[in-house]
Every structure is written in structure tokens, then in C-alpha cells.
Ligand binder design. Structure first.
Ligand code: AHM
Ligand code: MG
Length: 333
């Protein structure tokens, strides 16, 4: 079998579709390299002093794990000096991180959730990194938070790495979704799945059921109809999975279909859902749509939401098209 590396794939994509300029290619390769470093740390576990709490809190008041902080540092350091970026923003940092003056400024902006699935770090369950790439607005000199307030449709690339039994990188530059597996001996990313497609129909759903009593009526109805199984209104049995790492749940859905939900609920109207628009919902929505699936907040397409703040949260319904359309239609009734 001829092995295609990430570099070769990106060069050939550029030749064929002219959608990956050199600076964007550098950016993707640098992020992929950083993910390799994170994967290496993850693999060391207790032997690498990466487990446990960092003893700090992030801007959303969540306790940071050591690996959250380490992964954030790895991504910042890797991406600062190459000249491909104007600024970065991270789930783990309160404000944006402009590229320091000592380095040249590029035309892209990178957003990331450095370590997704933090509650799974210490129990050896799959975790990941999610990233999104935007273009800096024309004529921008000193980047501000406002420059990041672009809807998901403006993303020029999005991807995630999943650190599981295998380390994989799933990437889109707006022309389908491809998956690369890390060859740990060679240290290279090898294209292992081309043009991933999410089956339109599914019998599998993912939601944190322990929040059921707080859900809004459309979600109550949608899930209870699935739970009713063969003799219920849906006329078929469903299966449930919840890994509590969005990357791992989304990766399963890209591989065999399914619907993933993190809805808003009745608890705190000021906090609609748990997941963040800019670091989680937007990049995953782009990937899912590029793979033939759908992604909404229950009412509208996630990619169309105009962001109002960096750490904004949104309800998320994504995956197999027919199921996302159904739960979205229940919200409209
Ligand atoms: P994190 O970015 O702090 O790790 O939080 C996001 C994670 C998602 O990966 C996952 O889908 C969700 O939180 C799990 O939440 P819960 O603990 O409510 O099941
Ligand atoms: Mg996350």
C-alpha cells in the first residue's frame, strides 16, 4: 500500500483544488506537530507527571488539569514563531493571544480547545484537541477579540486529534473530511481514511442522560421517543453511547453514524449548554457538515450563529442528518 503523508496530502490538495495556500499548509502542519507532542505526553500518563489537577481555574471557573495547561502551552509555543498567525484564542485562556512583536504576523487566526474531555484524562479514556482556523480581517493591524467574532461559515479549516488506542487527526479544509493515523515509530501522519461520510440514518444517540430532569420539552420528547424503541413512535430500537469526550463521541459518529447532543437546559438561562461555540461547536459543525451530516443549536445551523463573545456557549445537536433534522424540527413546533 502506498502511504500518503499529511504533507503530501496537503501539497496535492493545493495542486488539485487551490484551497490550501502555503501559509495555511504550514499552520496545519504545525498544529499537527503540536498534537503529536501532546499525544506523546498523553501516552506517558503517570510516568510523565501529566495527571491530576494543575491547581488553577480557567475563565469558565473549571478546575484545570495539568494536561489542559501543558497542551495549551505546547500549542502556543509551536504556533507563535512561524509567521503564519496573527493571533490565537484558547478555551483555557481568558483573552486572545496576539503573536508577540518579535515574530512576523501572518494572516490566519487559530482557535483551540487544547485538551477536550478533561474529565477522562486521569482514567485513561480517549481525549483530544479541537481546532478552528479563521482569516484575519482585511487590514487588521493589532488583533482584538472583535476580529474573532466571525460565524463558523468563515472557517477555512477545522480539525481534531483524538488520543485513543490510536492517535488520529481528522481534518477539513472545506473539501471533504480526511483522517490520518499517527505512525508512532516513524513519527508521521499517514492518510488512512479518505472522504469520511456520516450515514444519514442511525440507531445510536449520545447524550448525558443524568441531566434528563433539566431538559426542555423538545429534547425530552425526542429522547423519550427513541427510548420507547420498537413499539414506540419511531418503530425501532436505539442504542446509547456517552464517552464524555466530544472528540471521541464525534469520531464514532463520523465512523458509523449517530447523533450527539449537549442541549441547553432549565438550570441556568445565562449558560445555554456546556460546549463552547468557537472551540468546540464550530469546528465540529464544519467537520460534520463536510462529512454529509448536520449541526444545529436546536433552532439554527451552528455555522450561521454570529458570535458575540469568545467563550460563548451553545446547545449542540450534530451527526446523522435525518436525526438532527428531526430534533431541530421538534424545537420549532
Ligand atoms: P472540556 O473541554 O472541559 O473537556 O469539556 C467538554 C466536554 C466534552 O468533551 C464532553 O462532550 C462534555 O464535556 C462532557 O460533559 P459531561 O461531563 O456533562 O458529560
Ligand atoms: Mg472541550
Amino acid at each position: 500500500m502506498k502511504r500518503v503523508s499529511l504533507t503530501q496530502y496537503l501539497v496535492e490538495e493545493q495542486r488539485l483544488h487551490d484551497n490550501i495556500p502555503a501559509e495555511l499548509r504550514l499552520l496545519i502542519e504545525v498544529v499537527a506537530r503540536a498534537c503529536k507532542t501532546i499525544s506523546h505526553s498523553v501516552g506517558k500518563g503517570a510516568l510523565g507527571d501529566i495527571l491530576g489537577s494543575a491547581g488553577s481555574e480557567n475563565v469558565q471557573g473549571e478546575v484545570q488539569k495539568k494536561l489542559d495547561v501543558i497542551s495549551n502551552e505546547i500549542l502556543l509555543e509551536a504556533n507563535e514563531w512561524g509567521g503564519h498567525l496573527a493571533a490565537m484564542a484558547s478555551e483555557e485562556m481568558e483573552s486572545i493571544h496576539p503573536i508577540p512583536n518579535r515574530y512576523p504576523m501572518g494572516e490566519y487566526m487559530l482557535l483551540f480547545d487544547p485538551l477536550d474531555g478533561s474529565s477522562n484524562i486521569d482514567v485513561n479514556v480517549s481525549i483530544g484537541t479541537i481546532f478552528s482556523v479563521l482569516k484575519a480581517p482585511e487590514g487588521m493591524s493589532a488583533p482584538t477579540e472583535a476580529d474573532f467574532m466571525q460565524p463558523g461559515t468563515q472557517q477555512v479549516a477545522a480539525g481534531y486529534a483524538v488520543y485513543g488506542p490510536q492517535t488520529m487527526l481528522v481534518l477539513t479544509t472545506g473539501n471533504g473530511v480526511n483522517c490520518f493515523t499517527l505512525d508512532r515509530e516513524m513519527g508521521s501522519w499517514v492518510l488512512t481514511q479518505k472522504n469520511m461520510q456520516i450515514p444519514e440514518d442511525t440507531k445510536e444517540f449520545a447524550i448525558n442522560m443524568s441531566n434528563q430532569r433539566h431538559w426542555h420539552p423538545p429534547v425530552q420528547r425526542y429522547v423519550s421517543e427513541m427510548l420507547a424503541g420498537k413499539t414506540g413512535p419511531r418503530g425501532k430500537d436505539f442504542n446509547m453511547r456517552w464517552i464524555a469526550s466530544m472528540v471521541a463521541d464525534v469520531h464514532r459518529i463520523l465512523s458509523r453514524g449517530g447523533i450527539f447532543m449537549y442541549p441547553a437546559d432549565l438550570r441556568d438561562p445565562a449558560q445555554p449548554g456546556k460546549l463552547r461555540l468557537m472551540y468546540e461547536a464550530n469546528p465540529m459543525a464544519m467537520i460534520v457538515e463536510q462529512a454529509g451530516g448536520a449541526a444545529t443549536d436546536g433552532r439554527q445551523r451552528i455555522l450561521d450563529i454570529p458570535p458575540t463573545k469568545l467563550h460563548q456557549r451553545v446547545p449542540v445537536f450534530l451527526g446523522s442528518k435525518s436525526e438532527v433534522e428531526r430534533v431541530t424540527s421538534y424545537h420549532a413546533e
